[in-house]
Design a binder for this molecule. Structure first.
Ligand SMILES: [Zn+2]
Length: 160
């Protein structure tokens, strides 16, 4: 699936969650929250891409500058080169962290938990189905303890 189709899905899913949140709670800010949680979290790819630019020296000399810029939109090209998957804002554990934070600090904002969690959940679910190698791939700590290795990310683990 081309990256733009993938992102378009995230875009619309987050807007749908935002629209439902607005319809239910009448707070326009929830649309922005859903948009951030379900779409803008992919800004963490900037980190992976920067890692590619910093570590792949030889390639930098070989490729034209315009191709280097366009590489940002071709993760299928640069990820196999760096053999790492950081995507630091992606992690099923964050759902728990988000829930606890909202319970502790933002309980007074109705719909916030729904907008954040539903939007983030659908983003991860879609990525999990289309991009992961196993059920643990989108757990931050799984990637962390595997040194963010691409092999671990794609590896099938038992029946998972
Ligand atoms: Zn994503």
């Amino acid at each position: 699936m081309p990256l733009w189709v993938h992102e378009l899905f995230h875009f619309f899913t987050s807007l749908i969650v935002g629209a439902i949140a607005y319809w239910e709670y009448g707070n326009l800010g929830l649309v922005a929250v859903a948009f951030f949680a379900g779409f803008l979290i992919d800004i963490d790819h900037i980190f992976d891409y920067s890692y590619y630019l910093i570590t792949d020296f030889r390639n930098l000399n070989e490729r034209r500058r315009i191709d280097l810029i366009l590489d940002f939109f071709r993760p299928e090209y640069y990820i196999p080169r760096i053999r790492k998957v950081f995507i630091l804002l992606h992690g099923w554990e964050y759902l728990l962290v988000i829930s606890l934070l909202i319970n502790a600090f933002w309980e007074g904002t109705p719909g916030l938990k729904f907008a954040l969690i539903a939007s983030y959940f659908f983003h991860l679910l879609f990525d999990q189905i289309l991009c992961s190698g196993n059920l643990l791939s989108y757990f931050f700590f799984f990637r962390f303890f595997n040194k963010f290795s691409l092999e671990a990310f794609h590896k099938r683990i038992g029946g998972l």
